[in-house]
Design a protein around this ligand. Sequence first.
Ligand code: SDX
Length: 431
Amino acid sequence: MTQERKAILTFNDGTPPIELPVLSGTLGPDVIDIRALSKHGFFTYDPGFQSTGSCRSSITYIDGDAGQLFYRGYPIEQLAEHSDFLEVCYLLLYGELPTGPQKFEFDSMVKQHTMVHDQMNRFFTGFRRDAHPMAIMVGVVGALSAFYHDSLDISNPHHREVSAFRLLAKVPTIAAMCHKYNVGEPFMYPQNRLDYVGNFLYMMFATPCGHYEPNPVLARALERIMILHADHEQNASTSTVRLAGSSGSNPFACIASGIACLWGPAHGGANEAVLAMLEEIGDESRIGQYIDRAKRKDDSFRLMGFGHRVYKNMDPRADIMRRTCHEVLDELGLHDDPLFKLALKLEKIALEDDYFIEKKLYPNVDFYSGIVLRAMGIPTNMFTVIFALSRTIGWVAQWHEMIGDPENKIGRPRQLYQGARQRDYVPLDKR
Ligand code: SDX
């Protein structure tokens, strides 16, 4: 019988030591189970959760030093090469790759739910035409809970599954509607003759005036981008979804909270910010001054698309994204795309710079995705929307896992209080 591993917390002021269990997973670092600390009158302090594991999970594994990313044990490189997005959705949700019949049934179920209630169209007219599509997404996805009262009992496994299908199927439809509303074109209804990604491209770019068929090379590239973005362990937006779900909020509200968090430029908004940065740099001759700005403490400028909380080596998704960039630009005859060439040069200079080497700052998934999406004709303000529709399955799978976790409790962190000590009220005429 191997001895249970423990951490002993000792104090230098005579406070009795505290024994804490050390837990091991199948992969990755062990964790110190600190749940008993509050009984001893202590909390831990970890702003940004840099040293905190928030839950047990079996969905996604990341090794930041080795630059590894597995969905249910399958390396992202193999899934990006051989799988399709709905198969990856099945894998993330159910834990295994589907058989042929299982995949056919799953794909068919998704297709049954791609339309949204026709009254949802009216929400859009309440927004300014130039509203950012992420603002619309937060509102309209959250509003789905106003239409599906029949499947909001999260304790009911059937309700959870129906809600998962509805979200997976309807978020691309809503995303495309955001784009159509922005550009003043009519909404295009889903076409069930097309596959998931082809249908999204159809709803984005088709018009009632003519026939539209997705370019197969671009559709495959977008499929790969969506596979790369499908899940990523306990990132900020996934943790937001889990926290919202821990209070019992319905899945539509939880996913809307994830979309809101993803929008930030430090997270999913980075792909849009990378393009704005490249356009601001404009020319290779100006790269040096921006690299210098990124290093300065007194300058808030960050090299967008660089750095990561977990990856202290190359983000494996960035490598695949760079290759996808080459493919798409070659297919479109844009291999001399000035922004792509600028990005390659910026990446080369940064990777050879001592500051970035010392701080282990490498390109992340967002560095190249914006260039690919822009080349495909997707407007910059839709980049994070594409990230959100790809990550919806990750959020749903993580939410689903949390609801089924026997250790699941409402998330309620504490604090280190530094405010005023108790004092008495002073009447206005005495102040
Ligand atoms: C995503 O968590 C996930 O998994 C997210 C994601 C997913 O799939 O869900 O992978 C998607 O969000 C990718 C990240 C996209 N964001 C960006 O590209 C924005 C630019 N990157 C930075 O904002 C930053 O690198 C973060 C937010 C990504 C990570 O921030 P951390 O982990 O809090 O790191 P940090 O800010 O503490 O940085 C450590 C040091 C700091 O210097 P010191 O204070 O130690 O002197 O590195 C510096 C930072 O100033 N640094 C950068 C930098 N990123 C970090 N300096 C210049 N440029 C950068 N991009």
